[in-house]
Design a protein around this ligand. Structure first.
Ligand code: ZN
Length: 414
């Protein structure tokens, strides 16, 4: 186990170098004792009706936050005293000089002119590089080191009322790493609380889900900062891990995240579950086949020496059902299915040390034969609604209708 212990030391020493102390975020949640009010559930798969709005107990002072789903410097956050103190605490002369990337007319990343062979900026979108070349940068996590282990991750939550999905995970004593979008956390705070209550590994997933390398230094910092603040405000814990939308990061973005103590978690297997039916060439059959291929890799020797991290999504019933339908076979073909903090032996994935994750060995030994162990339970109580999961939106990538619907809800919410 030496290599894992060494990794923990390495992460701890890197974290100590962070420029910004974000532990002072306000929160009214004690992460070890809280309750979650009951929220409505529906069984609909119809995008127009499956999301049920609920009024939460969390009040949001709009002057303290970016506009939801807009770049996190919006609503004058970039000139606020709070944000400027964070920005000015960073020695920007040390930042890597990678340029701000451009988008193509079609909305993709413009790689024109980038040296993809030498990949000077370790730009994942260009080369899938995960080993930074700049100094002072936390290295990415992209695969569980433990053999025959499926690293379980879900992006883009929390959402309206996904209690049925969380119930399913809880029933199976299954923990995952949950990558929450800051705007979603403010909109659907009880979903984030449910994730905390069940001992999932909560991580940031930016404020507005933009391509991070296309944002300025200030915008990147704001996307990370306000997402961490939202998670802390709602759950009482500050995440130390994050994932860039579509994996788009380079050493400039990594360096800025490192100033906030944050380490990126990527993946090495992608289900493309979100794209089924909405992206040419990707159908439900495509995604099911991906799952089957990945499942087979658990028993054909592919992961005899180390494990994976699989990208999947919480977005809606479609994406959640893909996982639920394949989960029994995942467990049959892999020795372990675990969140990333556990497989990486990260005992404290939050700035606050009030919650301790078990080591991988303790997790496995405390619950032999099942996916994950115990040891994380934050001691919370809750009263989640029963019923089936609901899907608020068709997916994140369907553009204006989705955004318009969201803002419609927000006018009521905040
Ligand atoms: Zn995402």
């Amino acid at each position: 186990m030496w290599k894992y212990q060494a990794l923990i030391v390495s992460l701890a020493s890197t974290a100590a170098l962070a420029a910004v102390d974000i532990s002072k975020f306000p929160s009214k949640t004690d992460p070890t004792h809280f309750t979650i009010p009951s929220i409505p559930q529906t069984t609909s798969h119809d995008v127009a009706t499956e999301c049920q709005y609920y009024q939460s107990n969390f009040t949001v002072d709009k002057t303290q936050w970016p506009t939801v789903w807009d770049i996190a410097t919006s609503n004058n956050m970039n000139t606020s005293a709070e944000f400027m103190s964070v920005y000015n605490a960073i020695d920007w002369t040390k930042a890597p000089t990678a340029p701000v990337r451009k988008l193509t007319a079609a909305g993709g990343l413009n790689l024109t002119g980038y040296d993809t062979v030498n990949d000077p900026d370790c730009w994942w979108s260009a080369s899938q590089c995960v080993k930074p070349k700049a100094s002072g940068v936390n290295p990415d996590i992209y695969a569980c080191p433990e053999p025959e282990t499926w690293g379980l991750t879900f992006d883009d939550g929390p959402n309206c009322s996904h209690n049925a999905f969380y119930d399913y995970l809880e029933t199976n004593k299954q923990r995952a790493s949950m990558f929450y979008i800051g705007s979603n956390v403010l909109n659907w705070p009880y979903g984030a609380l449910r994730g905390l209550k069940d001992g999932h590994h909560l991580c940031g997933h930016t404020w507005s889900h933009r391509m991070m390398t296309t944002l300025s230094n200030q915008e990147v910092l704001a996307e990370l900062y306000y997402t961490a603040k939202a998670i802390k405000y709602v759950t009482g814990v500050t995440p130390l891990h994050w994932r860039p939308a579509l994996g788009d990061l380079d050493d400039r973005v990594r360096w800025i995240a490192s100033q906030l103590n944050m380490t990126a978690i990527l993946w090495n297997l992608d289900t493309d579950d979100w794209a089924a039916g909405s992206t040419p060439g990707i159908t439900a059959d495509t995604v099911n086949q991906r799952y089957k291929d990945f499942i087979q890799m658990g028993s054909n020797g592919t992961y005899k020496d180390s494990g994976n991290i699989v990208l999947s999504h919480e977005i809606n019933n479609m994406t959640m059902d893909f996982f639920v339908n394949h989960y029994p076979d995942i467990k049959k073909n892999y020795k372990h299915v675990t969140d990333v903090a556990t497989c990486m032996n990260i005992a404290h994935p939050y700035l606050e040390k009030v919650i301790t994750f078990p080591s991988f060995d303790a997790s496995v030994n405390s619950n032999a034969g099942t996916a994950t162990g115990s040891g994380v339970i934050p001691g919370a109580s809750s009263a989640p609604s029963s019923g089936n999961s609901v899907t608020p939106y068709t997916n994140f990538y369907n553009g204006p209708l989705f955004i318009a619907a969201l803002f419609g809800l927000l006018l009521v919410a905040v």
